[in-house]
Design a protein. Structure first.
Length: 225
């Protein structure tokens, strides 16, 4: 395949993914697949989000994903969450239709994912998996990092991820990457997380890039809990 063909193929994938993300954002609070949904406002929303955190699976459940209070601490106002335990949530804007179940070849001991929407533009998706061994978790982490890095080197005028930033907490490690629009404006970002045998990818879109590090830290703390 020629270099021009490769660039054209990646451009087509980005356009398709962008369209799919817009469609998903419109449906996110209305669709639940074998899960529990939390949508509300103010105090009622906090209570509903707490109830959604009760959904669990052996070794991994929605309590290990980003929660509503994590956003409030960062000045963000979430209005809806859709949780799933199937591993079929698309991993990121870069991965297209690839899911955590695809990446792990269905060999995880448990899966958990969530889609969050906010009171203004933007959304957050998180997808996590629990590996049967530390070796498997390390392999999946490397695959997720490679997936993100594939979207760092893009032609001028294309959406892309920026350079990696490393986070370390008592619970694990993370690499987070800012995202840039085609005009070079930073907006949102993505993070790859690892805590023991658990791995996850979190992506924030349509919100300030300055929120990504804090959300990634909160997500890592949840994953390790």
């Amino acid at each position: 395949m020629t270099e021009n063909q490769t660039v054209q193929q990646k451009s087509v994938r980005r356009n398709r993914v962008a369209a799919a993300a817009c469609f998903a954002a419109a449906l996110i609070t209305a669709t639940v697949v074998g899960t529990q949904s939390a949508t509300a406002d103010g105090t009622a929303h906090r209570a509903a989000a707490a109830r959604s955190a009760a959904v669990a699976a052996p070794g991994l459940g929605s309590a290990h994903l980003v929660q509503s209070e994590d956003y409030f601490r960062k000045g963000l106002n979430p209005v809806g969450a859709t949780v799933a335990l199937t591993g079929r949530q698309a991993l990121s804007a870069c991965s297209g239709e690839e899911t955590m179940r695809d990446l792990t070849k269905g060999s995880a001991t448990a899966y958990a994912s969530v889609n969050w929407t906010f009171d203004t533009d933007g959304m957050l998706i998180e997808s996590a998996a629990s590996a049967p061994t530390g070796t498997a978790a390390a392999t999946w982490e490397k695959q997720l990092v490679a997936l993100v890095q594939d979207c760092q080197d893009e032609p001028a005028g294309h959406w892309r991820y920026g350079a990696a930033h490393t986070l370390t907490t008592t619970g694990g490690t993370a690499r987070w990457y800012p995202a840039y629009n085609g005009d070079g404006t930073a907006t949102g970002g993505v993070a790859v997380l690892r805590s023991g045998t658990r791995v996850a990818i979190v992506e924030l879109t349509g919100r300030p890039t300055t929120s990504v590090a804090g959300i990634a830290t909160a997500a890592l703390n949840r994953l390790s809990s």
